[in-house]
Design a protein around this ligand. Structure first.
Ligand code: ZN
Length: 363
């Protein structure tokens, strides 16, 4: 899998290839851009290309050194995953071992001081197996504030044989002093056409489903690759039922209205608690779609393309006001969620908001 197999972000790829070809890899790099667009993948490719036995300026993924490099990264990640599970905080950082090629990840919410201290210790020593060390610091914005100065010191006095690749989605979450020490390479969301090509090669989705997957992934190769249609449909189902229930009653006819299905739907939304955030995302994406459909925006803006007929019918029923009130209900549910209030309560708020809304519409 040489550099040519990298999908999207051709500018970032070209910059990396040029560094490797000219053997000019800076002491500190910063790969920044949205999640799932290949920042870590390209960092690992860079590392392999520095040591590959077969391909000059590229890598083969097959020679002994490429395989060794892959093994180092994988072992490092497995080790961190194991440590994250440990309850005893002291043991979590006990005996940290750094390979020549290493990925650092947060062990708690943070990359801990001990992780950076050990990194500094190793960075100035001679590499064991490869001519150069590559340390990838993933989620670099999570470096604990107590360790940020330590990291800065290392970046200011770059070790001869170690390069650091800091990876993060938002470079402005890093300290300006750290950011300014690094050569920054920007990553962008990957074009929809590129992601559709990738999905077509996978041959597992039909045309409409591929468009749905690409829009849900919104520029993320990783998300598109792992898109699980059945799981998505399952999470979306209560939302569709909820919207269907609301739309059936708005504009409501005179006479008594049975609101129970609406509340049941709102309750069903809260059942899948582990996935609450993804669930809310789907709610927002459906409301955005309703708005686009209502305002007759371009179809390329609609995420849930497979539900277009229903969305059109609901949008016509709800009107602009109805959609906006649903959105304020969802905002309320979201606020309660970020304040860690009971999720059920959040969704009840959504149901109540919708209820209040339709009362207004009835008048
Ligand atoms: Zn190789």
């Amino acid at each position: 899998m040489p550099f040519d197999s990298f999908i999207g972000n051709s500018k970032a790829l070209a910059a990396v290839r040029e560094m490797v070809a000219g053997s000019r890899v800076p002491g500190s790099l910063l790969f920044s851009g949205p999640d799932g667009v290949g920042k870590k993948t390209l960092a690992r490719m860079l590392a392999k290309a520095l040591v590959c036995e077969r391909n000059k300026g590229d890598f083969c993924d097959a020679c002994a050194r490429c395989r060794k490099a892959e093994e180092m990264f994988t072992t490092a990640q497995e080790d961190l995953a194991r440590r994250r599970e440990m309850k005893d905080a002291a043991r979590r950082v006990e005996g940290l071992v750094y390979f020549d090629f290493q990925i650092l990840e947060p062990l708690t919410r943070f990359i801990l001081t001990e992780q950076i201290r050990q990194l500094r210790h190793v960075a100035y020593t001679r590499p064991f197996e490869f001519p150069r060390r590559i340390f990838i610091i993933d989620d670099a914005q999570t470096v604990h504030w107590q360790a940020a100065d330590l990291l800065l010191k290392v970046l200011e006095e770059p070790p001869e044989t170690t390069s650091f690749i800091l990876v993060c989605s938002n470079p402005y979450e890093l300290r300006p002093t750290i950011r300014s020490r690094c050569l920054q390479i920007l990553f962008q969301p990957v074009a929809e056409s590129t992601i559709l090509e990738l999905l077509a090669r996978q041959e597992r989705l039909n045309k409409t489903q591929m468009v749905l997957a690409a829009r849900v992934a919104s520029g993320s190769v990783a998300k598109a690759r792992s898109f699980d249609l059945a799981a998505y449909e399952q999470r979306r189902k209560p939302w569709l039922e909820f919207l269907g229930a609301v739309a059936r009653r708005v504009p409501a006819s005179s006479g008594p209205t049975d609101w129970r299905p609406l509340f049941d739907s709102a309750k069903a939304l809260a059942e899948n608690r582990d996935d609450f955030e993804a669930t809310l995302d789907i709610g927002y994406s459906l409301l955005r779609d309703l708005l686009h459909v209502l305002l007759q925006g371009p179809e390329t803006e609609v995420t849930n393309v497979d539900e277009l007929p229903r969305l059109q019918a609901w949008a016509a029923h709800l009107g602009l006001q109805g959609i906006e009130f649903l959105k304020s209900g969802l905002d309320q549910a979201y606020r309660l969620q970020i304040r860690n209030v009971n999720q059920q309560l959040g969704f009840e708020a959504l149901g109540l908001e919708a209820y209040a809304r339709s009362k207004v519409l009835q008048r």
